[in-house]
Ligand binder design. Structure first.
Ligand SMILES: Cc1cc2nc3c(=O)[nH]c(=O)nc-3n(C[C@H](O)[C@H](O)[C@H](O)COP(=O)(O)O)c2cc1C
Length: 317
């Protein structure tokens, strides 16, 4: 009897899901993706929600929202609540669910990645990332790849959920969502912010792929299969726009932190200016970049394709 139990334990696959969510969108995407594992004794899933010692506000005030920008971009960690998972346990797969903030990894998950426990639990482990955001995740995922490389983890999958509205529309709705807490149609005319119900409904197809690869512990082609099913959302105009933002953000973050630490009144005017410049910049650049992005695949076909291919896979250049 005991040997049967031990055999069962050996066959049973263990998954650790580490995630952060403010309003629950990310958790809905995780639940939808992992549906094929529900009520299945062959899998043991441990959930670790990351909680910050001082919770971030929701909705955010204008100043709080833009004041977190420099520390997010610079990867400054914050204090976290203790974890309940055992970092010394073996997991067949670790799923990290996160949102990008300001084209970088959100502070809570970035803080987790800098802990001793992350170092212990991620070393030599297979990791899949799951992102639910507005539409700009490339920069955050590049930083994630760098962290995972440092932690000697093996990134074997990336699944992205985005708001599929036009960029300027989701710019308005995300600001209403984070700054005003608007979770339904903003002003009755804009669509509801976030990942669509249809995308959540279809998400178990990604879980099925993960399940098949977990069964053999061979994740070689997992990302290719996930990609074929639509796990990677990249739009040309956003690729170009993110590129501009990622080049400029570290400079502006430095410019703000020169005045003082997070929350200090000395940096308030620079934070306020950033809060005006960023949405205005997106608003003005959006049409130009959309035109450029339509031309880019024609004028620089192979370079453009190379970029899209690069962001669709999991290694770091
Ligand atoms: C401070 C902050 C910055 C954000 N920056 C980005 C971003 O750069 N790219 C993006 O696609 N979404 C961005 N978002 C939207 C989030 O990715 C996410 O959609 C939203 O926070 C809701 O997620 P949750 O319900 O899981 O908390 C940002 C949100 C916040 C709060």
């Amino acid at each position: 009897m005991q040997s049967v139990f031990l055999l069962f334990l050996c066959i049973m696959k263990k998954i650790l899901v580490v995630y952060y969510t403010q309003t629950g969108q990310l958790k809905s995407a995780i639940d939808a993706t992992l549906k094929p594992f529900e009520n299945n004794n062959d899998y043991q899933i441990t959930y670790q929600e990351i909680k910050t010692k001082t919770p971030y506000p929701y909705p955010w005030s204008y100043m709080e929202f833009f004041d977190i920008f420099p520390e997010t971009v610079q990867g400054v960690p914050c204090e976290l609540e203790p974890f309940s998972f055992n970092p010394n346990e073996h997991y067949d797969l670790v799923v990290i669910g996160y949102q990008p903030w300001f084209l970088s990894i959100c502070v809570p998950i970035n803080s987790f990645l800098q802990t001793k426990e992350a170092e212990q639990v991620l070393k030599n482990k297979n990791v899949a990332t799951l992102i639910a955001c507005r539409n700009m995740w490339l920069g955050g995922q590049e930083k994630m790849k760098a962290h995972l490389k440092r932690l000697q983890a093996n990134l074997v999958g990336n699944i992205t959920f985005v708001d599929k509205s036009a960029n300027l529309v989701s710019l308005v709705t995300v600001l209403a969502f984070v700054l005003k807490g608007v979770k339904e149609k903003f002003l009755g005319i804009f669509p509801k912010y976030g990942v669509s119900n249809k995308d959540l409904h279809d998400a178990p197809k990604f879980g099925e792929v993960i399940k098949q690869h977990l069964a053999t512990n061979d994740f070689t082609n997992q990302q290719i299969e996930l990609h074929k099913l639509g796990a990677i959302n990249i739009r040309g105009n956003l690729l170009l726009m993110e590129g501009r933002g990622r080049a400029l953000f570290p400079h502006y973050a430095k410019f703000i932190t020169k005045k003082g630490p997070q929350g200090s009144k000395e940096r308030k005017s620079r934070v306020r200016t950033f809060g005006i410049v960023l949405p205005t910049g997106i608003l003005l650049l959006s049409p130009i970049i959309t035109i450029l992005s339509r031309l880019a695949p024609l004028l620089m076909k192979s370079k453009f394709k190379k970029e899209v291919d690069y962001y669709s896979q999991n290694s770091l250049r």
